[in-house]
Write a protein that binds this ligand. Structure first.
Ligand code: COA
Ligand code: AMP
Length: 634
């Protein structure tokens, strides 16, 4: 096997040769005309002309290869006390029949199907059934409110929505059906049908003429075969936060995605077919799409679908139990999960109760991995703890310690080196073109073309794709992250260059929250910033200036603002701090000094810009923050 250095260089010098070889691990109905069509930049197409089916590659082909009796998926749910195992043969049967049911209600190749489901095996069945039919799924995370769901319905225009009657959070059952009904009520586009999985914890009322019961649909259905699609046809659309309240529909194609994900299992994660891989995330996020469902199944592994939390279900030893019981080789989660465990079991006492003999590596991503968390995990678990960096748009890691080639030395605070296919450069943010020197911070950009698997465009929005990612640094994809590369070529990801914050590994737009606050009748202007949080990394904090003449208690308005964000965006926003202020600090040209406010709230030193309109406002803000208990650490 080539070394990391050889493969990385080859992936940049000869991308067609490199990815053409990697594509041999995928089963194609028809080969490609070109590995990479670069005739129409910035729109690049991988494996143009080829035909495949992603579901076939995830399921049927493994049965043909003799893996039919191997467990494909383990559903482990401390929320319901269930553990269920599905072999490749069983999962294929379930998916083929459910796809038949979807076909019976008119779902066909190219149609969009929205999935709003908790972490139950049927969520994975739903995704794979869409892939089987060539329908394009769009999964919406359960923690989003009806309005967010409606925005996605209007953009994706699904013919059908698949949902469960409820999701389970510790201590409460969340009825999904009323949220779904409300979303359909407020959206302009109406799906022709919904399929509802009734869970025993909460039975949903059905809407006559539109809703189908999942089990009844399946009982009447017959299995269907995989429908060949073009490599360049979309497999899914996944909405992610942009700089405004309007989410961006990241498109994933079928061919490049299958090639890149399968390649990543061996090279990035060092996993072989037949081994057990666990991504403790949710199918509503890109981590769940790529590393709960598609990549482990493409690679013939056993994947774990976990319905629970790292703590409280029932305790901070849950993760260790799952690792032991299912012989997990690698766990992938967000650092916030480990901070939660560390808070509850700082000595890691629960770890000694479990057998870790199969456990090799812990991978962390989704937010900056703070050195304290990495060191704690290394000490307690006694396995390598590897940070890696990627985003919804890339779909798979851009920066990692690719263990498949042999591990590189770990540098705390760094996800290590660029992954094959990603030509990562640090660009001067001021001029948008000069490369920064070693060790200097700048905008992190990837020289085009992006490798297979990364987004080819935004859903029905080529213009938005160019504007959001490609216009600022011509010839490069702008990641939205800032950072530097050190003398050994290691990447360091320091911050976002936009208004996106990262709350418990969830990516959220403060601009979107500001839009919600601005919609309150008493608010004249507002700002939302992300402040440091010991558990979630960051949490949002809102500042609101009220309209003249509002003489209700400020605390009432603050409570309403908190409730409004929960209602409009959802509980996942974790928006719990709203402060009423007299004025916001601004430059003379009217730009709100959010960065300075964040530094005051976090207790960091700051320089007020020379262009500040009235420096006295910073003292007012400092006092209000002090009264509210910020900075939390002096
Ligand atoms: N449906 C409905 N509500 C949901 C939900 C879902 N699928 N997922 C979360 N929520 C709610 C939670 O109940 C919580 O509500 P609350 O304000 O009433 O407490 C809120 O959304 C925030 O949820 P969460 O971010 O999960 O915070 P938490 O305090 O419940 O748990 C952690 C904190 C760290 C334990 C949790 O974030 C976690 O397990 N993170 C793991 C990492 C992860 O999954 N990252 C994703 C990308 S890899
Ligand atoms: P998402 O699209 O939700 O996966 O969020 C992607 C963003 O999370 C990235 O652009 C980064 O800002 C942040 N992120 C993800 N992984 C890391 C990491 N390992 N280190 C630092 N930031 C990260």
């Amino acid at each position: 096997m080539a070394s990391y250095e050889e493969d990385y260089q080859r992936s940049l010098d000869d991308p067609e040769g490199f990815w053409g070889e990697a594509a041999a691990a995928i089963s194609w109905y028809k080969p490609w005309d070109t590995v990479l069509n670069a005739d129409n930049p910035p729109f690049y197409r991988w494996f143009e002309g080829a035909e495949l089916n992603t579901c076939y590659n995830c399921l049927d082909r493994h049965i043909e290869d003799g893996r039919g009796d191997q467990v494909a998926l383990i559903y482990d749910s401390p929320m319901t006390g269930q553990v269920k195992k599905f072999t490749y043969s069983e999962l294929t049967d379930l998916v083929a029949v459910f796809a038949g049911g979807l076909a019976d209600i008119g779902v066909k190749k190219g149609d969009r199907v929205l999935i709003y489901m908790p972490m139950v095996p049927e969520a994975a069945v739903a995704m794979l059934a869409c892939a089987r039919l060539g329908a394009i799924h769009s999964v919406v995370f359960g923690g989003f409110a009806p309005k967010e769901l409606a925005t996605r319905i209007d953009d994706a225009k699904p013919v059908c929505i698949l949902a469960a009657s409820c999701g389970l959070e510790p201590g409460r059952t969340i009825a999904y059906k009323p949220l779904l009904d409300e979303a359909i009520e407020i959206s302009s586009h109406k799906p022709a049908s919904c399929v509802i999985l009734q869970r025993p914890e909460c039975v949903a009322d059905m809407t006559a003429g539109r809703d189908h019961d999942w089990q009844e649909l399946v009982a009447k259905a017959t299995p269907v075969d995989c429908v060949p699609v073009l490599a360049t046809d979309p497999l899914y659309v996944l909405y992610t936060s942009g700089t405004t309240g309007v989410p961006k529909g990241v498109v994933r194609d079928n061919g490049g995605h299958a090639v890149a994900l399968r390649w990543s299992m061996k090279h990035v994660y060092g996993i072989n077919p037949g081994e057990v891989f666990w991504a403790a995330s949710d199918v509503g996020w890109v981590v769940g799409h790529s590393y709960i469902v598609y990549a482990p199944l493409l690679h013939g592994c056993t994947t774990i679908l976990f319905e629970g939390k790292p703590v409280g279900t029932p305790n901070a030893g849950t993760f260790w139990r799952v690792i032991q019981d299912h012989k997990v080789k690698a766990l992938f989660t967000a650092p916030t999960a480990f901070r939660a465990i560390k808070q509850q079991d700082p000595e890691g006492k629960l770890i000694s109760d479990y057998d870790f003999s199969n456990f090799d590596t812990l991978f962390l991503a989704g937010e900056r991995a703070d050195p304290d968390t990495i060191i704690w995990a290394q000490d307690k678990l006694k396995v390598p703890v590897l940070d890696h960096w990627w985003q919804t748009e890339s779909g798979w890691p851009m920066g990692a310690n690719c263990v498949g080639y042999g591990m590189k030395p770990v540098k705390l605070g760094s996800p290590t080196l660029p992954v094959a296919g990603y030509d990562i450069r640090i660009i001067n943010e001021e001029d948008g073109k000069t490369e920064m020197k070693t060790g200097e911070i700048g905008a992190i950009a990837v020289k085009m073309p992006l490798p297979p698997g990364a987004l080819p465009t935004l859903w029905n929005n080529d213009e938005g794709y160019v504007k959001s990612y490609l216009a600022d640094i011509p010839g490069y994809y702008k990641t939205g992250d800032a950072g530097f590369i050190d003398e050994d070529g290691y990447l360091f990801i320091m911050a976002r260059t936009d208004d996106i914050i990262n709350v418990a590994g969830h990516r959220l737009s403060t601009g979107g929250m500001e839009e919600v606050l601005a919609g309150h009748r008493d608010v004249a202007e507002c700002a939302v910033i992300g402040v440091q949080d010991d558990l979630k990394g960051q949490v949002p904090m809102g500042f609101a200036v009220l309209n003249a003449g509002v003489n209700r208690p400020q605390s009432d308005v603050a409570k309403e603002l908190v409730a409004l964000v929960r209602e409009k965006i959802g509980p996942v926003a974790a928006f719990k701090i709203a402060l009423v202020v007299q004025r916001l600090p601004k430059t003379r040209s009217g730009k709100i000094l959010r960065g300075v406010m964040r530094k005051i709230a976090d207790g960091e030193p700051y320089n007020a810009p020379a262009t500040i309109d009235d420096p006295a406002i910073l003292t007012e803000i400092t006092d209000i923050l002090k009264q509210a208990g910020f900075p939390a650490h002096d």
